[in-house]
Design a protein around this ligand. Structure first.
Ligand SMILES: [Zn+2]
Length: 281
């Protein structure tokens, strides 16, 4: 180590008068350099020294921003919003990894069963993934940041929308990548998009009425039933939801559900604010 804290900086540090950024480099250096700590100890009055260590402690204990959070802040997302988004469980690597694995398997299965010449299996499954993601992004069961969302200065609906958009973008992006892996089907392989939006919006619109578990569960089950019925009716052709008419219905359902969701927005804010936690300092 060739650099040491300058004598006048050590004196200023000891008096508690050293200002950033010199303060930060002194803090960092003092943590590693016994020699400078000894110089400081000779100069320092004990109270100022204790304050310095407290500051250093706090800096070392401060949670570090992850990659996602850093990116969000860089793109102008407010600090607390970025923290909430980065802590959204479904945006963590484990969830994204699971979704990616499901999509990969689906794409492989679709490629291996090309006899039917339609990506039905993929189209059936893909709309469910954003629905499940959004459902898991909200609600106390799986969300370790639930307490934080209760005290956060954001309305429940606003937070829900922030998370929904983030999870939707991630889910739709992954689905889109999977679609690129099915070039043989052309635009037909994109027929999952409108059903995905319709299912997600319907699940959210039903959440104030049915709760965060039952609502997406019922919507997912409804999708399965719809596909089974469509399968019975069509004999080898394109299933009804993936025809042009079906896509139109999906778009209408998505728009209707989004409208209902907006009308029900106040019902996401029913939690009465509890006592606010005291500031630590
Ligand atoms: Zn030193």
């Amino acid at each position: 180590m060739t650099w040491h804290v300058a004598e006048e900086d050590v004196r200023a540090y000891a008096r508690g008068e050293l200002a950033p950024p010199a303060l930060w480099s002194a803090d960092t250096h003092l943590a590693r350099c016994a020699e400078c700590r000894a110089r400081l100890a000779r100069l320092a009055d004990p109270a100022a020294l204790a304050a310095g260590w407290d500051r250093l402690d706090a800096e070392l204990d401060a949670p570090r921003r992850g990659l996602l959070e850093t990116l969000l802040v860089r793109f102008g997302v407010a600090d607390h919003t970025a923290r909430l988004l980065a802590a959204t469980p479904v945006l963590r690597r484990s969830w994204l990894g699971a979704v990616t694995a499901v999509l990969l398997l689906t794409v492989l299965a679709t490629h291996s069963t090309r006899v039917t010449a339609s990506p039905t299996f993929f189209l059936t499954l893909a709309p469910l993934l954003p629905l499940a993601g959004v459902a898991l992004a909200y609600g106390p069961v799986l969300d370790p940041t639930y307490e934080m969302t209760v005290v956060a200065p954001l309305h429940g609906f606003r937070l829900l929308m922030i998370r929904t958009v983030a999870v939707l973008v991630a889910g739709l992006g992954l689905n889109g990548l999977a679609t690129l892996a099915l070039p043989a089907y052309g635009l037909g392989a994109l027929a999952w998009l409108l059903p995905a939006l319709a299912l997600t919006a319907t699940g959210l619109a039903l959440t104030p009425r049915l709760g965060p578990v039952l609502a997406p569960g019922a919507v997912g089950a409804g999708w399965a039933v719809l596909l089974l019925v469509a399968h019975e009716r069509t004999h080898g052709g394109t299933l009804a939801p993936f025809t042009a008419a079906g896509q139109g219905v999906a778009a209408a359902v998505a728009a209707l559900a989004a409208g209902l969701l907006y009308l029900a927005r106040d019902r996401f804010d029913t939690r009465t604010p509890g006592p606010r936690p005291r500031p630590l300092a």
